[in-house]
Design a protein around this ligand. Structure first.
Ligand SMILES: Cc1ncc(COP(=O)(O)O)c(C=O)c1O
Length: 411
């Protein structure tokens, strides 16, 4: 790209990129603002974590009506650092159980295993593929300390029920909002409905910084430990350059380490993109929801063949993707191939039934009851793109491809 082009909005050119050959599952909705923001960081030589990251954290937290935002380099890191901080705070101890949905992404549970916590897998609802609140109470044991819910593919979890159970059973709740930027539950934005929440800004998500993530919380002490563990476990809020305390005399406060930490920081180049992306989130989601409605209306004639997850009246999905289930699961892979052959990208529902995955099968976990729905969704669920760069012609192409497939196979 040459500099002249930078003045022109890239999004106007989207339709050129989006030939029918490739109806992608995701597309970063960028224009000259993201490009200029990056250039600004580069020209100021602000290329590691700095003021723009601070600003992104503040704006993202404000957007969610939450006090603190802590930016990290991925959604996986957000989950890792948050649970490490919860252990530091003694809100959790090694061996404690955390209730999780059985169908979600791998790094919802990897950090739990890595930190010596024990996931308790609970089946998902057939309606929207989120953790089934009716099963949570039965899954609780003396060791259970928290419910870690995921707003799957942008569909909000049933937070009323989850929070009610948590209150009754003295557990705390964490939300994984990595797939659910701007989703709403009872008119409140997800990520603001629990002790803390996590986000991913990977390129496939509603807003993106390429790679990136965020933790939100109202808990001051928790945010301090998250912040410290994010960056080496170092002392923050330095008041005096050299320590005068008896034990740490003459240690440089910049190099005093209060926690066992990582380096999971987000740099200012990424944060500058995040600030611009956040301004677009509301309009991105309006288009995604309109696209989803258009597809659902058109595809309703194929109800015999496919099931489309529904949204309750009190919910607004962020439509990370457009999910559906092929009722005859034997046809799922064939349909995926047919869609791909016709230039429509598809993805399975993340990690499927997670306790079956090779990485986790031999790790310490508990499965509550059975995971019937999770396995059904693993076998017959799939999603396609519904992002804001898709136009009517792309949606019509999706519909006609579905119709052709089922016309041929139902003969
Ligand atoms: C529910 C969920 N949690 C966590 C992650 C991890 O995010 P990242 O890819 O930014 O590490 C993802 C990834 O998409 C996800 O879908």
């Amino acid at each position: 790209m040459n500099l002249k082009n930078l003045k022109k909005p890239i999004d106007k050119k989207l339709s050129k990129h989006l030939k029918f050959k490739n109806i992608s599952v995701a597309y970063p909705y960028f224009n000259h603002k993201e490009v200029n923001a990056v250039l600004d960081s580069l020209l100021k030589l602000r290329i590691s974590q700095g003021d723009k990251t601070k600003l992104f954290e503040k704006k993202f937290a404000d957007f969610h009506n939450v006090k603190y935002g802590i930016a990290v380099n991925s959604g996986s890191s957000a989950n890792l650092v948050l649970f490490a901080a919860l252990i530091k705070q003694k809100k959790l101890r090694v061996g404690d159980e955390i209730i999780v949905p059985a169908t979600t992404f791998a790094t919802v549970v990897s950090p739990l295993y890595q930190l010596g916590l024990v996931p308790v897998y609970v089946d998902i609802e057939s309606k929207n593929w989120n953790i089934n609140p009716e099963l949570i109470e039965g899954a609780i044991s003396k060791k259970t300390k928290a419910i870690f819910t995921v707003h799957t593919l942008g569909f909000p979890s049933n937070m009323n029920e989850i929070n009610k159970i948590a209150k009754r059973k003295k557990l705390f709740v964490i939300e994984d909002c990595c797939e659910a930027h701007g989703a709403k539950y009872n008119n409140k934005i997800v990520g603001s409905l629990s002790l803390a929440s996590t986000f991913s800004f990977f390129v496939a998500h509603n807003i993106t910084t390429g790679e990136g993530g965020m933790i939100l919380t109202n808990d001051k002490k928790l945010q301090q430990d998250v912040r410290s563990i994010r960056e080496f476990g170092r002392l923050l809020n330095i008041k005096k350059r050299f320590s005068t305390s008896a034990k740490m005399k003459n240690y440089d406060s910049r190099y005093m380490f209060m926690n066992m930490g990582y380096n999971l920081r987000l740099n200012d180049i990424s944060s500058s993109i995040g600030i611009e992306q956040l301004k677009k989130l509301k309009s991105i989601n309006i288009v995604r929801r309109a696209n989803a409605k258009y597809l659902s209306d058109k595809l309703s004639s194929l109800k015999k063949h496919i099931y489309i997850p529904s949204v309750n009246k009190n919910e607004k999905s962020a439509y990370y993707g457009y999910p559906f289930m092929v009722k005859n699961s034997n046809l799922r892979n064939k349909l995926a191939k047919y869609l791909e052959d016709n230039g429509i990208e598809t993805r399975a529902i993340m990690g499927g039934c997670l306790p079956d995955q090779p990485a986790f099968v031999n790790q310490k976990h508990r499965i509550y009851n059975n995971l019937v729905n999770s396995r059904i969704v693993k076998n017959s669920g799939i999603f396609i793109g519904i992002h804001s760069a898709l136009q009517k012609k792309h949606l019509d192409k999706i519909v006609s491809t579905f119709e052709k497939f089922f016309k041929v196979i139902s003969k």
